[in-house]
Design a protein around this ligand. Structure first.
Ligand code: PLP
Length: 388
C-alpha cells in the first residue's frame, strides 16, 4: 500500500506536534473553569487571556476586540446576524462566491428582517466588482449597510484587495465583515491598515484544532450576546470556554506567523512546480482563479481538467490511489460534486472537471511528483475502461 498524500489543507490541516503538546498540557493540568475564582480557575483564565493576546497581536487588534467562537461558521453567523439585529443594518452587499456560512447566514437573516440584499458581480477570476460596490455604497438614500466579502475564496483561491474594500466601506460609512478563515495564519493581517468591523478566523485552517475560532469585532461595533448564557466572552458569547482549543489555536497562530515567510515560499514553490508538471503531463489543463499571480491564496490550486468521461469519478479514483483532494467546497466533500456555486459564479465550463488541491508547508516536492504520476495512471487506466 503506497503512502497517502494529503492535498486538502483548505478543508482542514493536521495539528502540529507543538500544538498537540500545548493542548495536552492544558487538558491535563489546567482543567479549571476560567470563570471560577479559585487557583485552578485562575490558571485556566490566564491561558484563555494569553491566547486572546496572541490572537489580538497577530491581527493588530486590542484584546477587547477578540471573541472566541466554535469556528468560522459561528464567527460568520455572529458578525452578520448581530450586525442586523443590533447595529441597525438594513442592507447587505455580498458576493455569490462566499462560503455557505456567509451565504446561508445572509439568507436566514433576510428571512427574519426586512433587508435589501445585493450580490456583487464577479469576474472570471472570482473577483467581486468593487466599482459596483462603490456605486451601491454611494447611493444617496442607502440604508445602513453591511458588506460581507471573503478575504480569500476557499475553492479557487481568489484574494480580495482587502484594504481597498475596507477604505471604500469606511468612506461611505458601511460596516465591512471579512471571512478570513482561509487567510489567517497564511498572510499578514492588520486591522489597523485594513479597518474592518468584523473579521472571522478558524484554528483548523492553520494547523490548530477543529471547533475553535475567533471573531474580531471593532470596538465601535460591539453588539448584544450572540449566545445567551453565563456572560462569558464579555457577555458576547455564553458558554464555558474551550480552554485547550484556545491554547492550541494561539500556539498554531504563533508558529504560523513565526514561520510565515518560509512556509509561504515553500508552498508557492510547490504549487508552481505542480502547475508546470500538470501542464507537461496533460493536454488542455487550466487553472481556476489566478494562480499565476502572487495576489492569490497560494495554498490552493483549482485544476480544471478537459471534458472527458474519464474524469467523472476522478476524485474517488484519487482517493483510492491514496491522494486526498477535494471537488467543490471542502465542507460538502464526500459526494463528488458536479457543480459548485463558486464555479457557477465564475461561469466555469460545466463540462470540465475541477479538482481542488490545497497545500501546506508539510507537503514535499516528491509528493507533487507522485501525485502527477498517480493522476496519469488513473486517467490512462480509465481510458482503457478498467475503472468503472
Ligand atoms: N469560511 C471559509 C472561507 C471556509 O473555508 C470555511 C471552512 O471550510 C468556513 C468559513 C467554515 O469554518 P469552520 O469549519 O471553522 O466552521
Amino acid at each position: 500500500m503506497s503512502r497517502r498524500i494529503y492535498l486538502d489543507h483548505a478543508a482542514t490541516t493536521p495539528l502540529l506536534e507543538e500544538v498537540v503538546g500545548a493542548m495536552l498540557s492544558a487538558l491535563r493540568e489546567h482543567y479549571g473553569n476560567p470563570s471560577s475564582i479559585h487557583a485552578e480557575g485562575r490558571r485556566a483564565r490566564a491561558l484563555v487571556e494569553a491566547g486572546r493576546k496572541t490572537i489580538a497581536q497577530a491581527i493588530g487588534a486590542s484584546t477587547a476586540e477578540v471573541f472566541f467562537t466554535s469556528g468560522g461558521t459561528e464567527g460568520n453567523n455572529m458578525a452578520i446576524k448581530c450586525a442586523v439585529r443590533d447595529l441597525g443594518v438594513r442592507r447587505i452587499v455580498s458576493s455569490p462566491t462566499e462560503h455557505h456560512a456567509v451565504l446561508h447566514a445572509i439568507e436566514a437573516v433576510s428571512r427574519e428582517y426586512s433587508l435589501e440584499v445585493f450580490w456583487l458581480r464577479v469576474d472570471a477570476l472570482g473577483q467581486p466588482n468593487l466599482e459596483q460596490l462603490e456605486e451601491l455604497l454611494a447611493q444617496q438614500d442607502a440604508q445602513p449597510t453591511l458588506v460581507s466579502l471573503m478575504h480569500a475564496n476557499n475553492e479557487i483561491g481568489t484574494l480580495l484587495d482587502l484594504s481597498t474594500a475596507a477604505q471604500l466601506c469606511q468612506q461611505y460609512g458601511a460596516l465591512l465583515h471579512t471571512d478570513a478563515v482561509q487567510t489567517v495564519g497564511h498572510f499578514p493581517i492588520d486591522v489597523r491598515q485594513s479597518p474592518v468591523a468584523f473579521l472571522t478566523g478558524s484554528a483548523h485552517k492553520f494547523h490548530g484544532p477543529k471547533g475553535v475560532g475567533f471573531v474580531y469585532i471593532n470596538r465601535n461595533n460591539f453588539t448584544r450576546p450572540f449566545i445567551d448564557g453565563g456572560g462569558q466572552e464579555r457577555n458576547m458569547r455564553g458558554g464555558t470556554e474551550n480552554v485547550a482549543g484556545i491554547v492550541g489555536m494561539a500556539k498554531a497562530l504563533e508558529l504560523a506567523l513565526r514561520d510565515l515567510e518560509a512556509r509561504t515560499q515553500h508552498i508557492r514553490q510547490l504549487r508552481r512546480h505542480f502547475m508546470a508538471r500538470l501542464r507537461e503531463a496533460f493536454d488542455d489543463i487550466r487553472f481556476n482563479g489566478n494562480p499565476e499571480s502572487d495576489a492569490d491564496l497560494y495554498t490552493v490550486l483549482s485544476v480544471s481538467f478537459p471534458p472527458s468521461p474519464k474524469n467523472e469519478l476522478l476524485l474517488l479514483h484519487l482517493d483510492i490511489a491514496g491522494i486526498s483532494a477535494s471537488g467543490g467546497s471542502a465542507c460538502t466533500s464526500g459526494a463528488e460534486q458536479h457543480s459548485s456555486h463558486v464555479l457557477e459564479a465564475i461561469q466555469a465550463d460545466p463540462k470540465r472537471k475541477t479538482i481542488r488541491f490545497s497545500f501546506s508547508h508539510l507537503n514535499q516536492p516528491d509528493e507533487i511528483e507522485e501525485t502527477v504520476l498517480r493522476l496519469q495512471q488513473i486517467l490512462s487506466t480509465s481510458e482503457r475502461g478498467a475503472i468503472v
